[in-house]
Design a protein around this ligand. Structure first.
Ligand code: HEC
Length: 198
């Protein structure tokens, strides 16, 4: 083997090793669009960063004052989606693979009336208070084929800081209710005014 072929051989080996190194990296964390879910090596979902700069879709509210003081989720449910997913949905009417819907819970500010409402210059009502937890749903038809292609993750029902990652919630804790009650797993009707706005 002359010097030239040796050098070529070394280069080829280096390239092969490079490819192997990329292949051995946490492959699932590297795949998919930049806005898609990021997974830890042991398959937990990373909490997306910067989600408060995403598109705000809406905020259903089930306050304690209207639920005998015992609402399961007495907060505003602030729902966000990444701007690129928002654009794709508006074009196609479908949530693309890798969609993350993020719902941040926000307590109703403590009011002066027994039902939790209070007065402001705008009138008597419920007003936003402290942040109080995060729930996420992720579309991945293969990974979550047993639950209609969506997986559900809870990042705490408490004030921030939130955990940086969360494991898949059991189907009976989350997915089952969405399977039974939502259209295609998402309660789209609550976001339609913003999602479908012309
Ligand atoms: C008993 C039914 C029920 C259960 C259980 C439930 N959800 Fe939901 N979820 C809803 C409803 C209804 C909405 C929309 C209205 C609202 O937020 O009040 C919703 C909205 C959401 C949204 C916003 C996107 C969408 O589909 O509208 C996310 C994300 C979400 N839930 C995640 C979760 C997670 C994570 C769990 C488990 C920890 C969970 N949900 C358990 C009923 C449920």
């Amino acid at each position: 083997m002359n010097k030239k072929t040796l050098a070529a051989g070394v280069a080829a080996v280096a390239i092969t090793m490079g490819i192997a190194a990329v292949g051995s990296m946490d492959a699932s964390a590297q795949m998919g669009p930049s806005w898609g879910p990021k997974w830890t090596k042991d398959g937990k979902l990373h909490l997306p960063s910067n989600f408060r700069r995403w598109v705000f879709l809406g905020s259903p509210l089930t306050p304690n004052g209207l639920n005998d003081g015992k609402a399961g989720f007495p907060e505003y449910h602030n729902v966000y989606v990444h701007p690129e997913v928002f654009d794709i949905y508006r074009k196609t009417g479908e949530w693309p693979e890798g969609t993350i819907l993020l719902k941040e819970l926000q307590l109703v500010r403590e009011g002066t009336y027994p039902d939790g409402s209070g007065d402001e210059a705008s009138g008597r009502g419920f007003f936003p208070g402290k942040l109080n937890g995060i729930d996420i749903s992720v579309k991945d038809s293969k990974r979550f084929k047993d639950t209609n292609g969506w997986g559900f993750y809870n990042f705490g029902h408490n004030a921030p800081p939130y955990p940086k990652s969360a494991e898949l919630a059991p189907a009976d804790a989350c997915a089952s209710c969405h399977m039974a009650n939502a259209t295609n797993m998402v309660f789209k009707k609550f976001y339609a005014p913003i999602l479908d706005a012309k």
